[in-house]
Design a protein around this ligand. Structure first.
Ligand SMILES: NC(=O)c1ccc[n+]([C@@H]2O[C@H](COP(=O)([O-])OP(=O)(O)OC[C@H]3O[C@@H](n4cnc5c(N)ncnc54)[C@H](O)[C@@H]3O)[C@@H](O)[C@H]2O)c1
Length: 432
């Protein structure tokens, strides 16, 4: 019956196929276009088309093989020209706000741009976070900052407002959030004793629930996750300097425990998500860091001394001043965090400057830098204050090819400049 409705224009071959299908309804379907293959090959061979195609492929591959080498020899390294806006060291130094000379993303042929990443920085309005955001934006990635502004400030990021690669979300990490991202730098947590002791329950909630939420997000979207842990996980250490293999000497019920034990739990959670759910995690154990944009009155020793010396107040030394700390400039830390995220090793890695200073020695350097007539005032020490702190960074040197470059005497003046401006503005504000 079907044939009755066929158009008369149908060719003979088509009629043959239909009639053969009708005679044996279970015979296998005829291959479509089974005769077009030789025709297309025919087409290729005609007029030397195949030759042209082969020559094209050859030229294309030569271009992609040679270009990266040529561009490396060329004078312009566009990435290395990008420098952060404000707190840069003299050009002679490779400070943290220059782009790294080596690419962290393997060899990308010239002409093909590295895929732009979308990166979340929790706590990105804080001291370390804002410097990290600057570096990520400068290298061309998109950054979403989530912050509840507990200790962070919009002023730290104001220079990025209006930049299409930057977004800022007011959000508390204790609550879940859903975002499509490639990497998560999880910094959100008050970091100075004054701030984390202010509301210890909130501090431990931030460390535990906040880290759980960010790890959950990493798992859901398949993002890489970096935790900024702390040297405080070593407590008042019985091993000196501290290696990553040292398990620590921590008071679990003290005033600092919300922070120390909170970060230890955060490390545990990160490792459990790594082993149990295959999340690609990275753990940094950060030692004392200083630099521009630190909170003026956060009780951390460098910011305390600098702010007091500028305000012509005596510098407060707790205890006898013989306890030691090491001080890392913020750009060195930011370089280390990025190297860790882009590297292949989970960690934990100590990121700190191994140069060790007593509190009295630090006070001397601050006097030299700011005011030689500055005085010192002694006060009783706070509970559980560690006696010694000095990182062993051999693991980071070997596996991340990272080590700090900025000495205390070089970094301190950069911080002092920023503090002076902010304290002057504060004073002017009071006079209005
Ligand atoms: N600076 C250091 O010397 C040092 C040393 C060891 C570890 N760290 C770690 O590095 C990270 C950053 O430290 P920092 O010195 O920049 O501190 P910071 O206080 O300047 O920054 C922390 C940021 O997290 C935000 N935040 C806090 N709780 C939050 C929450 N519940 N939800 C969302 N945002 C929240 C704050 O508003 C702030 O912007 C912290 O995790 C800290 O523990 C810092």
């Amino acid at each position: 019956m079907k044939q009755l409705h066929k158009q008369p224009s149908l060719n003979h071959r088509r009629d043959e196929e239909i009639s053969s299908n009708q005679t044996d309804p279970y015979s296998p379907k005829a291959l479509k276009h089974h005769r077009s293959l030789p025709r297309s090959i025919n087409y290729l061979f005609k007029e030397q088309r195949l030759l042209f195609i082969l020559v094209g492929i050859l030229i294309g591959s030569t271009f992609f093989v040679l270009q990266p080498t040529l561009s490396r020899l060329g004078p312009s390294d566009t990435q290395s020209t990008a420098v952060s806006r404000s707190f840069s060291l003299p050009a002679s130094r490779n400070n943290g706000f220059e782009y790294p000379k080596r690419s962290f993303f393997g060899r990308v042929p010239a002409g093909i741009e590295r895929r732009r990443l979308r990166i979340v920085v929790s706590g990105g309005a804080g001291f370390v976070g804002s410097h990290l955001v600057d570096k990520l934006i400068a290298r061309g990635d998109e950054v979403i900052v989530i912050d509840n502004f507990f200790t962070g400030r919009k002023e730290n990021l104001v220079h990025l407002f209006g930049n299409p690669k930057f977004e800022l979300i007011r959000h508390d990490v204790v609550e879940p959030i859903l975002l499509e991202v490639d990497q998560i730098y999880h910094l959100a947590c008050p970091a100075s004793p004054v701030h984390y002791k202010y509301n210890p329950v909130k501090t431990i909630k931030t460390n535990v629930m906040g880290t759980l939420n960010m790890l959950g997000l990493a798992k859901r979207v398949g993002a890489k996750f970096l935790l900024t842990s702390t040297s405080e996980v070593y407590g008042d250490p019985l091993e000196h300097p501290q290696k990553e293999t040292y398990w620590g000497h921590v008071n679990p019920i003290g005033e600092r425990s919300c922070y120390d034990e909170g970060k230890r739990t955060a490390e545990t959670l990160a490792m459990d998500y790594h082993r149990g759910a295959g999340v690609e995690v990275r753990i940094a154990r950060i030692f004392n860091t200083y630099g521009p944009r630190m909170c003026l009155d956060d009780g951390r020793v460098v910011s305390n001394f600098v702010a007091q010396a500028i305000r012509k107040q005596p510098m407060t030394v707790y205890g006898d001043g013989k306890q030691t700390r090491s001080f890392q400039y913020v750009s060195d830390l930011v370089d280390g965090l990025v190297a860790l995220m882009e590297g292949e090793h989970v960690g934990p890695f100590n990121l700190g400057n191994p140069g060790e200073f007593t509190m009295l020695e630090l006070a001397e350097v601050v006097k030299e830098t700011i005011d030689s007539s500055a005085t010192i005032e002694f006060k009783p020490n706070t509970a559980d204050d560690p006696h010694k702190r000095k990182p062993d960074i051999s693991k980071a040197k070997e596996l991340l090819n990272w080590e700090p470059k900025i000495s205390l005497r070089e970094g301190l003046p950069l911080m002092v400049r920023d503090f002076r401006n902010r304290i002057m503005n504060e004073d002017e504000g009071k006079q209005l």
